[in-house]
Design a protein around this ligand. Structure first.
Ligand code: ADP
Ligand code: ZN
Ligand code: ZN
Length: 817
């Protein structure tokens, strides 16, 4: 009898491929094991066994596999099912999901480039002959391709050698290698507690009367801390009092001064005792039992708790419960780089049971986490990770927590699979019959809607922990301020005054300026009006070269106005301002304070985020200017004032979700103010203080925002009422894209009629020399999603079979929002 396997290859080609295997191989191989296989003329790939069978392929002769790479499955059967779902739902191939899921060290292929691992000392005796030959070759050449290795070893099956070398960590595969981040510890000094009473202090100073230098150091310490009202850095003290670090050391040794790190408060995890979890307050208790109760008849529950209400502590209780039942927990976060604080908090409670899956980890580290999760190791009972950790090989998952579920970074846009981690997590949980908890202070409309419809359970938590008041939010009318000449650059008098006071009290400030996107928005300098599309609930975008205003959703366009429609002013402007300008101005306004900036430009390098976050925590930064990165769940104790520089550019962003997102961003960034005891203050500068969203943010009225936005979504047929699939055509030839898109849209219209929008060029219609054109398919609630997709795939296939269009790239993006 002939034996075959179907193999998933990590490439965007439909379906799996059939390879021939021997009887012995058939007995050994199981789904989820890796094999190396030849492909095309000369390629080699790592493939995953999907199933073992006896049916020869009909249209081609099955090739033999090269080699079996695993002793036991690396991918579980539940994962394979989950990947099938992703592939079907998000219209991509299972191979693309495989590529996203597996660390690159697991998918060796002819394109793989290997390097010597310089961080490890190799003992020649530990290497087998063929391994040694490769190792030797890497002394002469810094990198080698698989092709090179085939020549060097004079054989085709080189993947097993590479695999062994990787396991011994002798080599690395090509990718960016990241180091582990260790926050820099800044040393601070203060008067030792025994001397801190007034009497003790007097005595101390007297006793030092014969040592004027030491006395001066102490006086200087007082003077600095009186001035700055902040912890005093050891280095500052040494500099200001003009004595050496060793003189200060002497004072520390004598027990007069005390040295400490601010980070001590954060309780570093040292691998010993775990901290007991916190005792919940009454509101948290009610919420916790609400969640537990809800899970009795709902698989998915939304926990809507205001910022700083202590949601994390509720998660901790739920995690404890799962662990006691021997179940794994997945804790999803929008952005792991921003969450050192949370990682530490969980490690304090759960110690080594927490495994962190970080996209910035090296392949070796990711492989390590993968194996721990696969083996259900005690060291991976809780997996903390961003988007891609839903693709890990879980064994007995009991609970998935999706923290900050409203965050847009849960959706992957490029490359395929273009999946949404929240929705993908829900499906994963259901494969395990596990529960999913969605948490947010500002839920996405779709999740809140699902909760309202009874699809999800809903638990609300309206009190901040410790009864800290919600921040006091004040709207500042900059139109009026401009008129009365009360603006200094982009700062209103009100904001400057509040900043001054905050700094005088030794507290910190966050300034938020959301400058995303590239397309300028037209805004009237006099009244702040911005032209809107009559068919859609979005602002029109100015296209300079055609001098036109266009809607990017429906294609509506009009000539650029000469006067403002609302107030007839001629001062209409399309310029915006970004974080950099705010930083510059803040430096000029407050030259004696440290101003820093956190946005994509300043955090690009390794540990960019961590450095800034640590500096803010250690109070080396007085004023932090940043983009929406600032909103992601950070907990800074000393921030008392948040300034939102311009709310209007968010509100006018040309996207049907602009209002929802503005609410979320502003509410989240406001939530950074005053998280302990003293009430925080938020100033929102705007041209439209009467804007509904701003009113809703300032009164913390999520429900009203939700109701009004849902009305719009009904009226304009947007999610969550309608669903959407975006089809993007891409080619370097403008004409090809144009003609192709017309053809595609026309075919779609024969099936979906008026629910097809476009084709429309996006604001940036050419990226890297490729022209882009979008078509949007809206799907009414009653229409079957599966059938819709089938119809699209059919049209897509006929499109790609037209000779002229074959070279056009088509990108299908399901739930593209
Ligand atoms: P959220 O995630 O809802 O914004 P957090 O869980 O970060 O809120 O809690 C806000 C702050 O309150 C944190 O510093 C946390 O340590 C503290 N906190 C929350 N619940 C408790 C509790 N039950 N006991 C002690 N401190 C708590
Ligand atoms: Zn105007
Ligand atoms: Zn429109």
């Amino acid at each position: 009898m002939n034996n075959f396997i179907n193999v998933i290859l990590p490439i965007p080609i439909e379906n799996s491929f059939t390879y021939a295997i021997t009887q012995a191989e058939a007995e050994f191989l199981k789904p989820g094991m890796r094999v190396s296989v030849p492909f095309g003329k000369s390629k080699i790939y790592t493939g995953l066994v999907e199933n073992v069978h006896q049916e020869a392929p009909l249209i081609y002769e099955a090739k033999q596999i090269h080699q079996i790479l695993d002793e036991r499955p690396l991918v579980t059967s539940i994962q394979l099912k989950h990947w099938q779902w992703i592939s079907k739902y998000y219209l991509c191939t299972v191979g693309e999901v495989m590529r996203a899921a597996l660390p690159s060290a697991f998918i060796l292929e002819s394109e793989t480039v290997i390097y010597k691992n310089v961080e490890i000392q190799i003992n020649d005796e530990d290497l087998k002959d063929d391994e040694f030959i490769v190792y030797e070759a890497l002394h002469h050449q810094s990198s080698l391709k698989i092709q090179d290795l085939m020549a060097i070893l004079d054989k085709k099956n080189v993947l097993p050698v590479i695999k062994r070398l990787l396991e011994k960590e002798v080599i690395n595969v090509q990718e960016e290698i990241y180091e582990k981040y260790k926050p820099k510890l800044v040393r601070y000094v203060k008067i030792a507690t025994v001397h801190s009473s007034e009497k003790a202090l007097q005595d101390l100073l007297e006793s030092l009367s014969s040592k004027p230098k030491q006395r001066d150091v102490i006086m200087m310490l007082f003077s600095i801390s009186a001035q700055t009202k902040k912890p005093v850095k050891k280095s500052d003290l040494s500099q200001e009092s003009n004595v050496s670090a060793s003189s200060i050391k002497t004072l520390i040794n004598k027990g007069i001064l005390e040295e400490y790190h601010i980070q001590i408060d954060r309780v570093q995890y040292d691998g010993d005792e775990n901290e007991a979890s916190k005792h919940l307050n009454e509101h948290q208790e009610v919420a916790l039992s609400g969640v537990v109760q809800s899970f009795e008849n709902q698989k998915i529950t939304l926990l809507n708790g205001v910022t700083s209400s202590g949601k994390t502590e509720i998660y901790v209780k739920l995690i404890e419960e799962q662990l006691s039942q021997g179940k794994q927990v997945l804790y999803l976060l929008p952005e792991i780089a921003l969450t050192t604080q949370l990682v530490e908090r969980l490690q304090n409670y759960f110690g080594e049971q927490v495994a962190v899956f970080h996209s910035k980890y090296s392949s070796h580290e990711r492989v390590e986490v993968w194996n721990k999760v696969l083996n259900n190791s005690p060291k991976a009972q809780i997996v903390l990770g961003a988007r891609s950790s839903v693709l890990l090989p879980f064994h007995n998952l009991g609970l998935i927590i999706v923290d900050e579920e409203h965050e847009s970074s849960y959706k992957q846009f490029d490359p395929a699979p273009r999946y949404h981690a929240r929705d993908t997590a829900i499906v994963l949980a259901s494969l395990f019959e596990a529960k999913t908890l969605l948490g947010s202070a500002t839920p996405s409309l779709e999740s809140y809607y699902n909760a309202q419809q009874g699809k999800y359970g809903l638990v609300e938590l309206k009190h901040r922990y410790n009864n800290v008041l919600m921040p006091d939010i004040e709207l500042v009318d900059i139109k009026d301020n401009h008129k009365r000449k009360r603006m200094t650059g982009h700062f209103s008098d009100r904001l400057i005054l509040e900043m001054q006071e905050t700094l005088n009290d030794g507290h910190q400030i966050i300034l938020f300026q959301n400058r995303r996107g590239f397309s300028p928005i037209v805004e009237c300098n006099t009244c702040g009006h911005s032209p809107q599309c009559p068919n859609c609930d979005v602002s029109l975008t100015f296209h300079q070269y055609r001098n036109q205003l266009r809607c990017h959703y429906c294609g509506y366009n009009s000539a650029m106005h000469k006067n403002c429609e609302a107030c007839k002013s001629v001062e209409i402007d399309s310029k915006g301002f970004g974080t950099e300008q705010v930083e510059e101005e803040a430096k000029l306004l407050f030259p004696d304070h440290n101003v820093a900036r956190m946005d994509l430009d300043t955090t690009r390098g390794k540990y960019g985020y961590e450095k800034i976050i640590t500096a803010l925590e250690q109070q080396e930064i007085d004023i932090l200017v940043g983009t929406q990165m600032l909103t992601k769940g950070l907990d800074f104790r000393n921030v008392k004032l948040v300034g939102i520089m311009n709310a209007d550019n968010m509100l006018n962003f040309p996207d049907f979700r602009a209002h929802e997102r503005s609410y979320q961003l502003m509410a989240q960034v406001s939530g950074r103010a005053g998280r302990t005891k003293e009430r925080g203050k938020v100033l929102i500068q705007t041209y439209n203080p009467l804007h509904r969203i701003l009113q809703q943010v300032s009164t913390n009225n999520y429900e009203q925002m939700f109701d009004e936005q849902m009305d719009d979504r009904h009226t304009f047929k947007y999610p969550p009422i309608y669903r959407m699939i975006k089809i993007t055509l891409k080619h370097k030839d403008y004409q090809k894209v144009n003609v192709g898109a017309e053809w595609y849209a026309k075919s779609l219209r024969t099936v979906f009629d008026k629910h097809v929008l476009g084709p429309e060029f996006p604001p940036v219609a050419r990226i890297r020399n490729q022209y882009l054109k979008h078509i949007l398919v809206k799907i009414p609630q009653k229409q079957s999603l599966a059938k819709t997709k089938e119809a699209i795939i059919k049209i897509n296939n006929s499109f790609l079979s037209v000779k002229d269009f074959r070279a056009v790239r088509v990108i299908l993006n399901v739930d593209n929002y």
